[in-house]
Design a protein around this ligand. Structure first.
Ligand code: ZN
Length: 117
């Protein structure tokens, strides 16, 4: 019996009406592609403290781009992992950068996030 061709994954072919995680056709939230706290760090480290549009570099932007990507339930599921990454990796890395007066650290050992810096 010939296999029925599968429909393309909404992840590979964004449809903006299916959640990118649970693949359900539901109302989507506008999600940051890059985590908001990373955007805030990028903005704080920049000379102008603002983002520039790739399409119009003379125009400043307040926030990183958002796209309809995940449903509300999946946003909350992802947020738990995002918050965990922030606490155990991101904040540790930022503290190293601050301690080095803005120089990027040579290493980012994960054990530093477990309190063995
Ligand atoms: Zn979902």
């Amino acid at each position: 019996m010939p296999r029925k061709p599968r429909s393309p994954s909404p992840i590979l072919v964004p449809t903006h009406d299916h959640c990118g995680l649970c693949l359900q056709k539901v109302k989507l939230c506008k999600s940051h592609i890059i985590a908001d706290y990373m955007g805030e760090w990028i903005k704080a480290a920049s000379a102008t403290k603002k983002f520039r549009s790739a399409d119009a570099p003379n125009r400043t932007q307040q926030d990183l781009p958002k796209i309809p990507l995940l449903c509300e339930d999946c946003e909350l599921r992802i947020k738990k992992y995002e918050d965990g990454f922030k606490a155990s990796v991101w904040d540790v890395w930022c503290a190293k950068v601050r301690a080095a007066h803005g120089e990027l650290p040579d290493d980012l050992r994960i054990e530093a996030s477990r309190g063995r810096a």
